[in-house]
Ligand binder design. Structure first.
Ligand code: ADP
Ligand code: ZN
Length: 606
C-alpha cells in the first residue's frame, strides 16, 4: 500500500485516498475480487488504475463507450502513465503497435470495449500476455432491467473461467440492490468483497419548482447562477429540445441540441463542442449523458419530469463530478403530471412492468411535492438514512409555506363530481372560475352549484392545486387518454370534511433573494475570490491554449479545482506548485514553468 500512496501523491497529485478507495485497492493488490458501488464523481477510476500500475502486467479495463475510453487515456497520458485503448477508431498499424506494446509488457492499462475483448483474436492475445487485473466499468450494463443493457456484458463470465487467477473488479454508480445482485451473479463475483459508498452528492444543490413559464424560470436561474457555465438542459421531446436550444441561442447563450433525430455526425459534433469548449449548454433528451465524463458540468436543468427517482438521480448526477458546487434545477407542471400518468396507465406493457412504472412515478412525484429535505427523500429512496436535513436544497434553504387547502380542494373535487367526471382540468377551472363560455352553458354546468365558486383563485392557483391533488392521488387521469379527471377512494374523508389537507404554497419565483444570498458564500463556479479572478481567468486561457495544441479537452490538462487552488495559493516556484491538488510530477515537468510564469506576472502586477 505504500507504493499505492506514493503513486497517488507523486503521479496523481492527491494527498489522501477517499473513503473506500484504499480498501478496494488493498483488496485488488492482494489478488482478490471486488465490487465497488460509488456515486458519480466518487473516484472509481483510481480504484483500478493504481493497482493496475502497481501489480505486474497490464490492467485490462472493459468500458462500453469509445468517447469515455479516449478521454481516460488522454488524461492518464497527461500523468505520464503508459496506456492505450483498442477500439474501432484505430487503423491496422496503430493496433499492431499497441499489441506489440502489450506483449512486451510496456502498458500499465489497456481500455477495450466488451465486444472487442470477447472475440477469439483478442482472447488469444490476452492468453499470451501478463494481466494485472480486469476492471469492468459501468457494470450495471449487465442488467437486463436497467437502462443501459449491453448483452455482451453477460458473456464476461468468460474472464473468470479463462483467467482464473486474475483479480477482477466491477464498478458502477447504480445504487439499487437488485442491480447489485444481478452484477454479482451475472459476472460470477460471488466471492468478491462488496464496497458500498454513500450515494450522497454533497456538492450538488437540489432545486425543484413547480408552475408554468418553465423557460422564463430557466432563464432566470441561468442568468443568476450560471451566466457563463457549461451545463445540460433535459427536455422530454425532440421538439422541445430544438425549441429550447433556439430560444437560449437567441438570447445569447451557446446552446446546442442533442437528440436521436439528429444525424450521427451532428450529434458527435455537438458533444465534442460541449467537451472541448467552455460555456456550452447542451439541450438534450435523455439520450445524452451516459459516458459523459466532463467534470465541470456546473448545472443540470430539467424542463420536464423524469419518470423515476433513479433517472432523476442519474441525470442530475452528471453535475459537479469534480466535487465543486453544482446546481440541479427542475421545473415541472400540471401537464407533466397528467401526461406521465396517462403514459403509464394507458401503456400496452405487461401488468407487472406497469405496476413498477406507476410505483416509480409515484415516488418521483412524492419527491417533487414534498416539503421535506430533498436529499433526505432522495437518499431514503435508495435505502440510505441522512440524519439531518442537508441545508443544501431548496426546501432546506427556503422551507415551503403550508396552507390549509381543505376547502379549495373540496370545491375542486365537487366540481369534478358535478361535471360527471368527464372533463379535463382546463374545463374544470373555467367552471370553478365562472367563465362565460358556450360549452359550459350547453352542458348546463353554469347552473350547478360549483359554478363560479372559485373566482377568488387565479388560473395558476387552480392549476397548482389540481397538480397536487393528482400527484397525491386524490384524482386520477382517465385511461382512455382524453385527460378527464376522476375521483379516487382517497377523496371521501376530504369531501366529508373529516380530513384537513395541508399543501405547499406555490412559490412565486423560486430563484429569490434567499438563494442569491446564499450564493455569495457558495459560488457556483470554483471557489475563487474576486481578487483572484484575473489570475484564474489567465490560467484558464493558458489551459485552453495547451488543450488546443494537443487536441484534448481542457479538463484533461487541469481541473477547475486545480486552477482555483493555484489562484489562491499563488505558488512562486516549481516546488510549491507540487502542493496543489491535481498536480503530479509529470504535469509539473510539462506545464510547471508556463503556470509559474502566469502566476508571477500577477504577483508583479499586485
Ligand atoms: P467516477 O468515475 O467515480 O465518477 P472519477 O474517478 O472520475 O469518478 O473521479 C472523480 C474526481 O475525483 C476526479 O476529478 C478525480 O481526479 C478526483 N479524485 C479521485 N480520487 C481522489 C482523491 N483521493 N483525492 C482527490 N481527488 C480525487
Ligand atoms: Zn435539504
Amino acid at each position: 500500500m505504500e507504493r499505492a500512496l506514493e503513486l497517488l501523491r507523486k503521479t496523481f497529485g492527491y494527498a489522501e485516498f477517499r473513503q473506500n478507495q484504499a480498501d478496494i485497492i488493498h483488496t485488488l493488490m492482494q489478488g482478490n475480487d471486488a465490487l465497488a458501488l460509488m456515486p458519480t464523481g466518487g473516484g472509481k477510476s483510481l480504484c483500478y488504475q493504481i493497482p493496475a500500475i502497481c501489480r505486474p502486467g497490464t490492467g485490462i479495463i472493459i468500458s462500453p463507450l469509445i468517447a469515455l475510453m479516449q478521454d481516460q487515456v488522454s488524461a492518464l497520458k497527461q500523468l505520464g502513465i503508459s496506456c492505450a485503448f483498442i477500439n474501432s477508431t484505430l487503423d491496422r498499424e496503430q493496433q499492431r503497435e499497441i499489441e506489440r506494446a502489450l506483449l512486451n509488457d510496456e502498458l500499465d492499462l489497456l481500455y477495450i470495449a466488451p465486444e472487442r475483448l470477447l472475440n477469439d483474436y483478442t482472447l488469444n492475445l490476452l492468453d499470451r500476455c501478463k494481466i494485472a487485473l480486469f476492471a469492468i466499468d459501468e457494470a450495471h450494463c449487465v442488467s437486463q432491467w436497467g437502462h443501459d443493457f449491453r448483452p455482451e456484458y453477460q458473456r464476461l463470465t468468460i474472464l473468470h473461467q479463462r483467467f482464473a487467477d486474475v483479480p477482477r473488479i466491477a464498478l458502477t454508480a447504480t445504487a439499487d440492490e437488485a442491480t447489485r445482485n444481478e452484477i454479482k451473479s451475472q459476472l460470477d463475483l460471488h466471492n468478491a468483497k462488496t464496497f458500498i459508498s454513500s450515494f450522497d452528492r454533497e456538492n450538488i444543490r437540489y432545486h425543484i419548482i413547480d408552475g408554468q413559464n418553465g423557460l422564463d424560470q430557466l432563464w432566470q436561474f441561468l442568468q443568476q447562477e450560471h451566466p457563463r457555465d457549461a451545463g445540460i438542459v433535459y427536455c422530454l421531446s425532440r421538439k422541445k429540445v430544438e425549441k429550447t436550444a433556439e430560444w437560449l441561442t437567441a438570447r445569447g447563450r451557446i446552446a446546442l441540441p442533442y437528440h436521436a433525430g439528429l444525424s450521427d455526425s451532428l450529434r458527435q459534433h455537438h458533444q465534442a463542442r460541449f467537451l472541448r469548449d467552455e460555456e456550452v449548454i447542451i439541450v438534450a433528451t435523455i439520450a445524452f449523458g451516459m459516458g459523459i465524463d466532463k467534470p465541470d458540468v456546473r448545472f443540470v436543468a430539467h424542463l420536464s419530469l423524469p419518470k423515476s427517482i433513479e433517472a432523476y438521480y442519474q441525470e442530475t448526477g452528471r453535475a459537479g463530478r469534480d466535487g465543486l458546487p453544482a446546481n440541479t434545477w427542475m421545473n415541472y407542471g400540471l401537464q407533466d403530471v397528467i401526461s406521465l400518468r396517462q403514459m403509464v396507465s394507458s401503456s400496452e406493457a405487461a401488468e407487472n412492468y406497469k405496476r413498477v412504472s406507476i410505483h416509480k412515478l409515484e415516488a418521483m412525484l412524492g419527491l417533487c411535492e414534498s416539503g421535506q429535505c430533498r436529499r433526505q427523500t432522495l437518499l431514503a429512496y435508495f435505502g440510505e438514512i441522512l440524519d439531518e436535513p442537508c441545508g443544501n436544497c431548496d426546501n432546506c434553504l427556503s422551507p415551503p409555506e403550508l396552507w390549509d387547502a381543505s376547502e379549495a380542494a373540496r370545491k375542486a373535487l365537487s366540481c369534478v363530481y358535478r361535471c360527471g367526471q368527464k372533463f379535463g382540468v382546463n374545463y374544470l377551472i373555467d367552471v370553478l372560475r365562472g367563465k362565460d363560455d358556450d360549452r359550459i352553458q350547453r352542458n348546463g354546468h353554469d347552473q350547478q352549484s360549483t359554478f363560479a365558486i372559485g373566482a377568488d383563485f387565479s388560473v395558476s392557483q387552480w392549476r397548482n392545486l389540481f397538480r397536487q391533488l393528482i400527484a397525491l392521488g386524490y384524482l386520477e387521469v382517465d385511461h382512455e387518454g382524453f385527460g378527464a379527471l376522476l375521483l379516487t377512494e382517497k377523496c371521501r374523508p376530504l369531501l366529508r370534511s373529516e380530513k384537513i389537507l395541508k399543501l405547499r404554497r406555490q412559490r412565486v419565483s423560486d430563484n429569490s433573494s434567499k438563494t442569491s444570498k446564499s450564493r455569495r458564500d457558495r459560488r457556483s463556479q470554483a471557489e475563487v475570490l474576486d481578487e483572484d479572478r484575473p489570475l484564474y481567468n489567465d490560467l484558464r486561457s493558458l489551459r485552453k491554449q495547451l488543450a488546443e495544441t494537443q487536441g484534448v479537452p481542457p479538463y484533461v490538462i487541469f481541473h477547475d479545482s486545480t486552477l482555483a487552488a493555484i489562484s489562491q495559493l499563488r505558488p512562486g516556484n516549481i516546488d510549491s506548485l507540487l502542493e496543489v491538488p491535481g498536480i503530479g510530477q509529470h504535469k509539473l515537468d510539462h506545464y510547471g514553468d508556463r503556470v509559474i510564469e502566469v502566476v508571477r506576472s500577477h504577483i508583479l502586477s499586485l
